[in-house]
Design a binder for this molecule. Structure first.
Ligand code: ATP
Length: 502
């Protein structure tokens, strides 16, 4: 990124938009670029101090440059090569005067060694400037940069040298954080434990989880369950098992392409989320949940896009990782033709997401789930977008038996005490979640009567349940019809899948 920025400056690009929340780190990078020939002076504008030369005290502000228009006019008047950083201009950039002054600046910079850099965590580019500006997204620090932070912390704390292995683990544990955040996390781990060795990786990781949680859009999910806790869905499990080592060096050497992602469509409560979660254990990759509901933020124009970008950036820097997007259909509902209802935000978000999926190089495996296929935009389902689209149907009798066994054993009950085949028959048309609920309801009933629950309690609870397949018959049938043509069944075989009719 520093190299790209350097090339743009050398090539006399007049206007660069640098997306970042790490001002100090970006300033340092720009300062080192400015040292190369021809040397340039750096000036920084803020709304609080106006224009101040980089490295000079704030009191040495250029007279009367607090207003954005006056500041840009001042910049136009300068003759020497220079880099002019405007911090957080985005709230003002939409004003007609500011936009016009920026265009005037761009026109006047031709043949000069002057560049304006708009530095901001939020991307707001008025249409008049779209053709003039180059947008750069400043990435989060890589391992080498984090290594500098860690070394500084170890030196400052006069800590003992760490082994190469411990160092690597500590560094990897902070990937996804900004430089400042990494510094805080190392310091906290050191203060808490009085040292910074491999044993502190857990503290570092849990701090990172806290920080990521604070941004509210991404969430680390801890998973206890393994793929064995899923009943049925054999084909889907086999597909996942086959790819367990797909993100390893060995797979790359073999020439395998990295899996991009999968979409799991299906009837509610049939284990779609469970699959995503257990894949994280199976592949030994961290699981990050992207909450699309939180991406949307109508407070300012461009906020939602900035949210999405920052979440994807974090996911990429933590990669290899699984990015789990539950109920994708809800997030993108209305993205086609939503321009009236939300000013086009959902279609823009959807567009940015698709572009990211298309272009991403980093090993972030997207696992998306959806219940309502008609709400998903067509482009999303096009072949090649995901590696595979799976359809998870209601479990058949054999799968229902598996699910009963799994949930009874999970509650430490001897399955020999139950007639599992009979239970599976009674629960025809039930989803996995509904089977689990029937067991739980039976347990409550028996517990209230201070006795152990029995086969009859489960049967009674099942009879009292009206499964979704009955209440939402039309929706489920429509989904099945769609999936039959276009998705791969998650259950063991196509023949079996076709046998599954109401
Ligand atoms: P939704 O669309 O409502 O989010 P879903 O398809 O994602 O539903 P899950 O949330 O994964 O369903 O399922 C809910 C719970 O039901 C699971 O946590 C699990 O306990 C149970 N369950 C569902 N399907 C299965 C299954 N095939 N095997 C074992 N348990 C299951």
């Amino acid at each position: 990124m520093k190299e790209e920025l350097s090339i743009l400056i050398q090539a006399q690009y007049p206007l660069i938009y640098l997306l970042t929340s790490e001002e100090e780190r970006s300033e340092q990078a720009i300062a080192s670029i400015a040292q190369t020939k021809p040397q340039r002076r750096i000036f920084i504008w803020t709304v609080t101090h106006g224009i101040v030369e980089y490295g000079q005290p704030r009191s040495l502000t250029q007279h009367n440059t607090v207003s954005p228009e006056a500041a840009i006019e001042w910049v136009i008047r300068q003759r020497d090569p220079g880099i002019y950083i405007f911090k957080d201009l985005h709230p003002f950039i939409d004003s007609p005067a500011t936009t016009r002054w920026l265009r005037d600046a761009v026109a006047s910079f031709k043949g000069t060694q002057k560049t304006i850099i708009l530095m901001s965590p939020d991307q707001t580019v008025p249409i008049e400037l779209e053709k003039e500006v180059v947008v750069l997204d400043y990435p989060l620090p890589n391992l080498a940069e984090l290594d500098e932070v860690l070394s500084a912390q170890l030196e400052q704390a006069r800590a003992r040298r760490t082994t190469t292995e411990a160092r690597e683990k500590l560094l990897k544990a902070t990937l996804g954080l900004t430089r400042d955040e990494a510094q805080k996390v190392y310091r906290k781990a050191h203060v808490t434990a009085g040292r910074l060795t491999e044993a502190e990786v857990e503290i570092v990781l849990s701090e990172k989880k806290q920080l990521i949680r604070r941004n509210g859009i991404l969430e680390f999910i801890e998973v206890d369950e393994t793929i064995d806790s899923i009943g049925g869905l054999e084909e889907l499990k086999r597909w996942l098992q086959q790819r367990s080592n797909a993100f390893t060096e060995r797979a790359r050497e073999y020439g395998l392409p990295q899996p991009k992602g999968m979409l799991i469509l299906g009837v509610p409560g049939c284990g779609k989320s469970l699959i995503a979660k257990t894949t994280s254990r199976l592949w030994s990759l961290p699981l990050l949940r992207l909450d699309m509901g939180r991406v949307y933020d109508g407070s300012t124009v461009g906020r939602s896009e900035a949210n999405l970008r920052s979440a994807l950036k974090t996911a990429e820097s933590i990669s290899p990782a699984i990015l789990f997007i539950d109920e994708m259909d809800k997030a993108f509902a209305g993205s086609s033709g939503s321009s009236d209802s939300d000013g086009g935000t959902s279609s823009r978000i959807f567009g940015s997401f698709l572009t990211w999926m298309q272009e991403k190089q980093s090993p972030v495996f997207v696992m998306a789930t959806a219940n309502r296929v008609e709400r998903l935009p067509g482009e999303f389902l096009r072949k090649g977008r995901f590696d595979e689209i799976f359809f998870v149907d209601l479990p058949n009798a054999e799968e229902r038996q598996d699910i009963f066994k799994i949930h009874l054993q999970k509650r430490r009950r001897d399955i020999e005490r139950f007639d599992i085949a009979q239970l599976a028959n009674v629960c025809d048309g039930f989803s996995g979640a509904e089977i689990e609920q029937a067991i739980v309801a039976a347990m409550y009933e028996a517990f209230a009567q201070e006795r152990e629950f029995t086969q009859l309690d489960i049967i009674a609870a099942s009879r009292a349940t009206l499964p979704l397949s009955k209440t939402m018959t039309e929706q489920v049938t429509a989904l099945r019809d769609w999936a039959r043509q276009r998705a791969r069944p998650a259950a063991s075989s196509v023949a079996e899948y076709q046998r599954l009719e109401f």
